[in-house]
Design a protein around this ligand. Structure first.
Ligand code: NOJ
Ligand code: CA
Length: 564
């Protein structure tokens, strides 16, 4: 790898250091790499990624140049929803490792100058959580049932659910238990919603935050941060009535209620008990920038994901509007912008950009939009990857923090051809969301070597089948190729450290509607060509391009960074 990088002549000139270990603002401009633990690296060869596997790949992430990793859930779980059904918030799934492994891994990341963020899932536990089991045993009217949302059914014998609500992955949102009562689950029936009016639920999550913070965890990603608090009247509204209610008023019975911020104010106090303060980032699919800003407030979680770029087409006008809006929002709230193209819930961006545009297909609270935009037969893989590289280079030059998802540094495409018998995602089995394919296609274990069982993921077969074309994108192959996506990310992330001082940019006239051009305060310029016709670059030293220049011009679907 060193050899490949030296050929570029770029790394040697870099002086900027990684972010400081004790800097309280480290998160503002951090590059955060999301690890989906069961699909990253498998140390013991049982087909499931584990913490020792992650430990063995710390060097990959150090060389990549990320500032932090965010680990999706690694807690004990029956995997009804990929680990977002948590049995025990203060433990490690024995198939993934032990708390000792966690400590060793965290230490290794810290030694490498990389922060560690863990995923907190507060809206629901799993149905195997000791509290839910106790609630089932204790029966109706018990103290144990108050920690969840139990109701009697309708109909003569309570045989009808309390309401006709639909769960997020399809099917009903109320499930009946043997004694006749029903419980609420926004997601699968294995994910009962907590009752956040219950003081013990609140206390227990504070304990969980301290548990991980005491182990050296630097921050928390908060799952569906906009749910949690509910206001359920005796007479429940129907699904149609719920759908017709304003979700952005702070008073919807289930979504984005204003009171949820009282919880995060309490969490903030816990974060601030530590030095540097622990950080939070909300996953909150809310309707407006103003609603999102509440989650990002300094008195709350501090930061919230913006999924605006993620749902946009590869389109200059859309990108420009989104960036301008988000930077303005960050300026007003005092938080920093966040940028995301890919994560474990969406079709990988190399694939999205190789499919017909979404053309403004309506985005609604999180699920429908994830559709890739068309069938695989319409996929132009080369164009998709080319655009993904251009978009990523555009994003990595922006002020704010960038969230990357494992495998995107290899330019991986979505794996579409997974047979039903191998699929795991509940959304595949329970409904027609995610274009009927579910989310397994971005969760396939990543390739480390071009051969060997499971392409170096582990010594055995991977828990989701990997396609033969993974060989071309394996880390060892890309490491040796100076033009690979991996080496593009490495160079970009190393250079990015020089950009991080000031959180602003200035738009410059590009002369074309399909070309964006901006300048950062250190004088660097960034040009992205969203169209097909090559475009001339401004005078200056070209630092990096996502595709080779043609006769000195920036070709279509490409980005260039210049010292102008
Ligand atoms: C959002 C997570 O990212 C997703 O993977 C999960 O299915 C839901 N929340 C429910 O926890
Ligand atoms: Ca394993």
């Amino acid at each position: 790898m060193r050899k490949a990088l030296r050929m570029t002549g770029i790394l040697e000139n870099l002086t900027a250091a990684p972010i400081g270990a004790s800097d309280p603002d480290w998160w503002r401009q951090a590059t955060v790499y999301q690890i989906y633990p069961r699909s990253f690296a498998d140390a013991n060869g049982d087909g499931i990624g584990d913490l020792r596997g992650i430990l063995s790949r710390v060097d990959h992430l150090r060389e990549l140049g990320v500032d932090a990793v965010w680990l999706s859930p690694f807690y004990p779980s029956a995997l009804a929803d990929g680990g977002y059904d948590v049995d025990d918030y203060r433990n490690v799934d024995p198939r993934i490792g032990t708390l000792e492994d966690f400590d060793r891994m965290t230490e290794a990341f810290h030694d490498a100058g990389i922060k560690v963020i863990v995923d907190i899932v507060p809206n629901h536990s799993s149905n195997r959580h000791e509290w839910f089991r106790a609630a089932l045993d204790a029966g109706p009217g018990s103290r144990e049932r108050e920690r969840y949302v139990f109701r009697d059914g309708r109909g003569e014998h309570g045989e009808l659910p309390p309401a006709d609500w639909r769960a997020a992955f399809g099917g009903p949102a109320w499930t009946r238990v043997p004694d006749g009562q029903w419980y609420l689950h926004t997601f699968t029936k294995e994910q009962p919603d907590f009752n956040w009016d219950d003081p013990e639920v609140r206390e227990d999550f504070l304990r969980t935050l301290r548990f991980w913070a005491d182990r050296g965890v630097d921050g928390f990603r908060v799952d569906v941060a906009n749910l949690l608090v509910k206001d359920l009247p005796a007479e429940l509204p129907s699904q149609a009535e719920l759908d017709a209610m304003d979700k952005d008023s702070g008073t919807h019975p289930l979504w984005d209620r204003d009171e949820v911020h009282e919880i995060y104010a309490e969490w903030r106090k816990v974060f601030d008990e530590y030095d540097p303060p622990r950080t939070g980032v909300a996953e909150a699919w809310v309707g407006t920038a103003e609603r999102r800003a509440r989650y990002a407030s300094a008195e709350g979680l501090g930061q919230a994901f913006s999924f605006d770029l993620l749902v946009a087409d590869f389109d200059a006008a859309q990108f420009r509007r989104i960036v301008a809006d988000n930077l303005e929002q960050a300026r007003v709230t005092g938080s920093s912008s966040t940028w995301v193209f890919s994560n474990h819930d969406v079709t990988r961006h190399a694939t999205r950009y190789g499919l017909p545009p979404l053309d403004g297909r309506t985005v609604k609270q999180g699920v429908e939009w994830v559709a890739a935009g068309g069938p695989e037969s319409e996929l132009d893989r080369e164009l998709g990857l080319r655009r993904a590289r251009a978009a990523t280079l555009f994003m990595l030059a922006l002020p704010g923090s960038a969230y990357l998802y494992q495998g995107e540094e290899l330019g991986l495409h979505e794996v579409a051809d997974i047979s039903a018998e191998h699929r795991q995602d509940p959304s595949f089995f329970r409904g027609a969301v995610y274009d009927g394919l579910g989310r397994d296609g971005c969760r396939v274990p990543i390739p480390w070597t071009s051969d060997g069982p499971s392409f170096g993921f582990g010594a055995g077969e991977a828990h989701l089948p990997q396609p033969a074309w993974f060989a071309e994108s394996a880390v060892d192959v890309e490491d040796a190729d100076p033009a690979s996506t991996l080496n593009l990310y490495r160079r970009a992330l190393a250079l990015r450290r020089e950009l991080q001082a000031a959180e602003s940019l200035e738009w410059l006239e590009s002369g074309r509607a399909d070309v964006l051009r901006f300048r950062r305060p250190n004088g660097w310029q960034v040009v992205t060509n969203f169209g097909a016709e090559p475009v001339a670059l401004p005078e200056g030293e070209v630092l990096l391009t996502s595709a080779p220049l043609i006769g000195g011009l920036l070709p279509g679907a490409a980005t260039s960074w210049l010292r102008a």
